[in-house]
Structure formats: C-alpha cells, structure tokens
Design a protein around this ligand. Structure first.
Ligand code: GTB
Length: 219
C-alpha cells in the first residue's frame, strides 16, 4: 500500500518562484520517480513554532512525511526517495555508490562556497568589506567549478546515466543563477540546461512557481 507523501515548503518563497529554495530538489526527485505528494505551506512564523520544530529541529523547510517516517535535510530526503523508488540510482552497486558520492559532493564540496557567496551577496552588501570579499568568494566557487567542469568534460551527466548526483549538483549550480559564473564553463552551463529541460524538473518548477503566484501579495 502506498502512503501519502507530504513535504513542506515556503508559503511565500523569498526567491519569488525561481525554484532556489530547497523544497525544489525534493519536488524534482519525487517527479523523477513518479511519486505524487502533498505540500504543506508554511509562513516564517509557523516554521519556528513547536508543531513544525517537532518535524524539523532547526525550524526550516523542507521536511518529508511518509507514514511514520519524518525526515528533514534535503539531502537525506532526496537520498531516501532515490533509495526507495526506482529512477534515480543505478542498479549496479558500485555505480550506485558513486552516484551517492556525487550527491554528497554537491552538498558538501560545491554548495558551501556557493552559499557563502550568496550570503555575503544578500546580507553583507552594506559592509565595508563587501567589494573586496565578493571576488575572493567568487574565486572559491571557481576553484570547485574548474574541477567539476574538467571531470564532466563532454559527458551528458557526471557518471553514466542521470542520477540523484546530477539532480543535486544541478540544483546547487542553479543557486549561482545571475552571477554569470556557471556561464564561464560552457559544459557546466549545458549540463544545467540539460537538467532543467527534463520533464520532471519542469513539472516540479511549475508547481513551486504556482505556489508563489497563488500566495504572492499582489497575486
Ligand atoms: N541543510 C538544510 C537542507 O538541505 O534541507 C538547509 C535547509 C534550509 O536552509 N532551508 C531554508 C529555510 O528554511 C530554505 S531553503 N530557511 C528559513 C530559516 O532558516 O529560518 C534556503 C533558501 C532560501 C531562500 C532562497 N532564495 O530566496 O533564493 C534560496 C535558498
């Protein structure tokens, strides 16, 4: 018997529907494996209330509920989906291990400098060090993307067929939208374009955009 899957997302995402909040990676994974899901939308206030903190110790989105199972952390959620439903991991045990390694590489090796850049960009613009710090942080991102680009080469995906590793890496690279950095690497730019052209991505993106349009102050 299939159990209903419920995830949480922002009622009003600060990214205005650009699909940069971390529910997008969970939505995309669920679309890839063809699992329907419900979404519980949360205000910033509700995210910090005990009812939500019981599901997520840090009072954040996304969370994932499926029967008795409650998960937080987008990486853990996407890995759970990939391990329990076909479509995001290869059958071969070694290839599966490598796909999971790429997922962790996206989260632990590539995303941290991307998030650091993003945070300075959004939160420290008025600081005296801003102009000096941004190029340093951009170079830290390039340091990772140089290697990622070299490894990808002219392949379509990181290791054979599309996997959860590509899904997570593409979501992390998308966080650089607007900086022009990914565009410095034509193969990474094409890689992201291939990811976002996938029908599952498009469905997930449209669903999170609809939330923003339905809940935006002017909408
Ligand atoms: N490590 C956790 C995970 O991967 O699940 C991080 C979860 C997280 O950062 N959640 C954010 C959140 O709940 C939303 S996604 N923030 C509220 C809080 O901490 O109080 C991060 C995010 C937010 C907004 C944009 N944006 O507007 O572009 C992009 C990403």
């Amino acid at each position: 018997m299939t159990m209903t899957i419920t995830i949480t997302a922002f009622e009003q995402s600060p990214d205005e529907g650009q699909g940069l909040a971390r529910d997008m990676r969970v939505r995309w994974a669920l679309e890839e494996v063809g699992q329907p899901y419900d979404v519980r939308l949360l205000s910033f206030d509700a995210m910090k209330k005990p009812a939500h903190r019981a599901l997520h110790p840090f009072g954040q989105i996304p969370t994932y509920e499926e029967g008795d199972l409650v998960l937080f952390e987008s990486g853990a959620i996407v890995l759970h989906i990939a391990q329990h439903y076909a479509g995001l991991l290869p059958d071969d045990a070694s290839a599966k291990g490598r796909a999971i390694a790429w997922m962790f590489a996206a989260l632990n090796t590539v995303e941290p400098p991307v998030v650091e850049l993003e945070q300075v960009f959004f939160l420290e613009r008025d600081k005296s060090w801003y102009e000096e710090r941004i190029p340093l942080l951009e170079d830290r991102v390039r340091y990772r993307l140089d290697d990622l680009s070299n490894r990808l080469g002219d392949a379509d995906w990181l290791d054979g067929a599309f996997t959860v590793g590509d899904l997570m890496m593409i979501m992390v690279l998308r966080r650089l939208d607007g900086t022009g950095i990914v565009e410095e690497y034509p193969n990474l730019s094409a890689y992201v374009a291939r990811g976002v052209a996938r029908p599952a991505y498009k469905r997930a993106f449209a669903d999170q955009l609809a939330v923003f349009n339905d809940n935006s102050p002017k909408g």
